[in-house]
Design a protein. Structure first.
Length: 570
């Protein structure tokens, strides 16, 4: 047996190949490291192990030891320590690596076990794959092909269980398809902290249900749909809308709070159909909130801005920029940036403010954090505004100081990058005193009052980065083409910065990053193209003393909580 390189590793033998794995690794994961696939249903790397599907059965052997002397028993034919193979199969998910442990994953016994388990799972399962929403990502279908017998011996009547059971506002259950893996039950209890699901009845009549008087309506309910290995749990929003193999997947980031959960946006021919979580063990594991999954609806919202307007009249972008230049030339300009803008947009907003010699404001958006994946800071990128130097302090929810400057006549025009100034405390009276240049995606009181309106793109229609609560910079990609009539924010901001008297700037992410790397010390060693899919932590030191709003969440502990936590542990 090879000696592991570190005391934290143990050497196990999988189908004759030795591999060193960290202590505590279960044999499904150990096999995965050697490229061996052990099929499973109930196991999930982020949930407790219950071992109730039996799909992961393997043969297991342990090194033989003389009970009297405790010394290894050597096999005279091989000259190696003899392996005592257990006469019965063992579940790999609940077997953790121990020194010298052997497993066989392809023996006739294992093949027989898998065929038996598949046969049991399928006897009451409906054969409705052609109309099932899970087609294309169904583990039962895949593993029936890979490990099943290939034919059914079941001639009895199948059980009839409830169909189209509404578990909650976003999740529908087809009980006939449920293979009783209990992943959804464990997720609700262990991650969502909402113990709402359980099994009723026994044997093949076991049925998943909500506890009496309860509904699956927590803000994480759709994760049960993601992890259901079959088509039993479906999303009421997505079901029957589109076959998954037609959909293009684009990596993105959840913008509903500063957590920055990693996501995949699924789209086809310019339409987004669903958003699901993307694994990032440092941020969101494999989960995301339901609220973040509905954000794609903003792309097709009836309130989308799709026409450049100057003085209420439909116009061209060139004319709008020229008109903005005339407003800028009069002086007295203030810039309101956004914690929803990307790092690149905030950088260009800062360049525009610098060229104007104007002060930049930001608007905070605070709510209650849920301690899981929605934080108190509902802006995804306040850290980006700090890092790019757009602002030096944390924002407040109201623009009262800007309002006073408007009242005093010091500020006579305001550029708003996507912020509704009216909602931030600048009432209609104040907005009437200034010329507003509004750069944004959706209509609001500010766009209605603006002298110049330039429609831009939603996060689903452009590329960029956000910096989350951990100071982790994360990339998002363009899933669908921009709305006709809207212009990329980077193009608009670069042109406005030039209209403000600044130099001509690149208006694509690549060239802006060349400038960011040269001018923003915290991002100096990076480039957009080489950022890992799971993001990169940057040095938060310069901003460590700021009183950020976030409390603890899944993988985040606020700096102010660290001493207390350390004391508790000590
Ligand atoms: S509904 Fe899906 S996740 Fe829940 S127990 Fe049944 S098969 Fe497992
Ligand atoms: S994955 Fe091991 S018993 Fe289900």
């Amino acid at each position: 047996m090879i000696q592991p390189a570190s005391p934290d590793l143990v050497t196990v033998n999988i189908d004759g190949r030795e591999v060193a794995v960290p202590k505590g690794t279960n044999m499904i994961e150990a096999a995965r490291r050697t490229g061996v696939d052990v099929p499973y249903y109930c196991y999930h790397p982020k949930l407790t192990v219950v071992g109730n599907c039996r799909m992961c059965l393997v043969e297991m052997g342990t090194p033989a030891v003389d009970p009297a002397t405790k010394s290894p028993v050597i096999d005279p034919t091989t000259g190696k320590q003899r392996i005592n193979w257990s006469p019965k199969p063992t579940i790999a998910c609940a077997t953790t690596a121990s020194p010298g442990l052997h497993i066989r994953t392809t023996s006739p016994m294992v093949k027989d076990c898998r065929e038996g388990v598949m046969e049991f799972l399928l006897i009451n399962h409906p054969l409705d794959c052609p109309i099932c929403d899970q087609a294309g990502e169904c583990k039962l279908q895949e593993q029936a092909t890979g490990y099943g017998r290939g034919y059914s011996r079941f001639i009895e009547q199948k059980n009839v269980k409830p169909k189209r059971t509404v578990l909650g506002p976003r999740v529908m259950l087809d009980d006939e398809r449920c293979i009783l893996c209990s992943r959804c039950i464990r997720f609700s209890k262990e991650i969502a902290m909402d113990d709402v699901l359980g099994f009723t009845d026994r044997g093949s009549h076991s049925t998943l249900a909500c506890y009496p008087g309860r509904r699956l309506e927590n803000n994480y309910s759709l994760n049960t749909v993601d992890i259901c290995p079959v088509g039993a749990l479906t999303s009421t929003d997505f079901r029957f809308k589109m076959r998954v193999w037609f959909l293009k997947q684009t990596n993105s980031v959840d913008t509903e709070s500063s957590v920055g959960a990693n996501t995949v946006v699924w789209s086809r021919e310019g339409t987004v159909y669903r958003i699901t979580p993307r694994q990032n063990d440092g941020v969101n594991d494999t989960w995301m909130a339901d609220s973040g999954r509905a954000l794609y609806k903003e792309v097709r919202s009836p309130s989308r801005l799709d026409t450049v307007r100057v003085g209420g009249v439909e116009s061209a972008l060139d004319f709008a920029v020229k008109s903005a230049a005339e407003i800028f030339a009069r002086g007295g300009v203030a810039v309101v940036g956004s914690g929803r803008s990307s790092v690149e947009e905030q950088f260009l907003t800062r360049k525009m403010a610098d060229a104007l010699g104007a002060r930049a404001w930001l608007v905070s958006r605070l709510g209650e954090g849920d301690g899981i994946l929605v934080s108190a800071d509902r802006n995804p990128n306040v850290r980006g505004a700090l890092v790019t130097g757009l602002v030096k302090a944390l924002p407040s929810a109201r623009l009262d100081s800007l309002g006073e400057l408007i009242d005093s006549g010091t500020v006579t025009s305001v550029v708003s990058v996507g912020e509704d100034l009216a909602a931030a405390g600048l009432g209609a009276g104040r907005l009437a005193k200034v010329s507003v240049v509004y750069v944004g995606t959706h209509a609001n009181a500010t766009s209605a009052a603006a002298r110049i309106v330039i429609p831009t793109l939603t996060v689903f229609e452009k590329n960029g980065t956000f910096i989350n609560q951990q100071f982790r910079i994360q990339r998002f990609g363009r899933a669908v083409p921009g709305l006709a009539g809207a212009t990329d924010d980077l193009v608009v901001l670069a042109r406005l910065a030039e209209a403000a008297g600044g130099p001509r700037l690149g208006a694509d992410v690549g060239s802006i990053w060349a400038q960011i790397a040269a001018e923003v010390p915290a991002l100096g060693a990076m480039s957009y193209g080489t950022l890992p899919d799971t993001g990169l932590l940057i040095d938060a030191g310069p901003w460590a003393g700021l009183p950020f709003a976030e409390g603890a969440s899944l993988h985040f502990r606020p700096a102010s909580a660290a001493p207390k936590e350390a004391a508790t542990r000590g």
